[in-house]
Ligand binder design. Sequence first.
Ligand code: HEC
Ligand code: HEC
Length: 259
Amino acid sequence: MMRAFYGIALGSLLLLTGSIVASAQGGSAQPNGFTNLQVWPVDTPRAVVLNFMNAFNRSLGVECNYCHVQRDGKFDFASDEKREKRVARKMILFRDSINVELAAIVDKPVTAGPTSVEARPGAPTRVLCASCHHGLPIPAPLGEVTSEAEKSGGAIAGLAKFKELRAKFYGGQQYDFTEYALVGIATTALNAKRPDDALRYLQANLEYFPKSSMTYQAMAQAKNAKGDKGAAIKDLETAVQLDPQNAQAKNQLQQLKGQ
Ligand code: HEC
Ligand code: HEC
């Protein structure tokens, strides 16, 4: 276990500025100064644990106090008071069990090669916290977050949520802000028979991607769903003009014109 463990200790060391308060609930202190390691071996070197802690911060996009209690400005790292720390402990075991199962599924030996992940030829790619969390404590897909917002304020609230997240996270690993994102959200609205909501999302997408063929194509579907065949044909023509390779748009255009 320790081999894989050292292997994924990434990044730079955190210099602890505050003093670590010993916790009443902890066991006897180890040379590493820690008193409450339950998942990792109790004698795990300090630098290794702190490397992991830095990686947790980056993977989830949080600070140490997301999991650790702070009293009067001082951290009590050994305390298990916070739910997030207790969840994180189970997440470590969850991740490790995934990796064991994964190795069996792809039929590759977990322990192949030397200790660092980069240099273990034949070993399976490891699933890390970041593989799922990609910079968020609760890694919900963008479409789920906007549909949650829709529950209280419809597509206006959904779009406001999208813009808020885009302003905050654009360029980061947290959410997909590519051309397809709002088209996907609009398609969900259209499938739920809400073509006006779909059009609102698609119109907004044109602000970000004015030459998006797939956006015009989706707008055509929404307009056709509203019974406006003429407008749908116009949008499909624009879609084909913007991307002559868009075979789907071409087909739909032919079909609509033929009707
Ligand atoms: C996502 C939650 C999470 C974040 C964020 C996090 N930790 Fe931890 N930390 C844990 C868990 C879980 C353990 C216990 C691991 C175990 O039981 O083996 C732990 C243990 C520790 C310990 C050992 C405490 C002891 O005496 O047993 C220290 C020190 C520590 N963390 C420091 C930090 C620092 C510094 C940061 C910020 C850079 C940080 N942690 C960020 C979850 C977190
Ligand atoms: C297989 C995917 C996956 C892996 C790997 C994973 N997590 Fe999670 N984790 C999730 C999901 C999904 C949630 C959100 C569940 C929910 O909606 O409440 C979550 C929730 C959490 C939470 C609770 C967040 C909160 O505020 O409720 C913590 C803390 C956490 N994970 C830490 C970690 C750490 C640390 C690691 C690496 C040791 C890790 N996770 C690995 C998928 C994963």
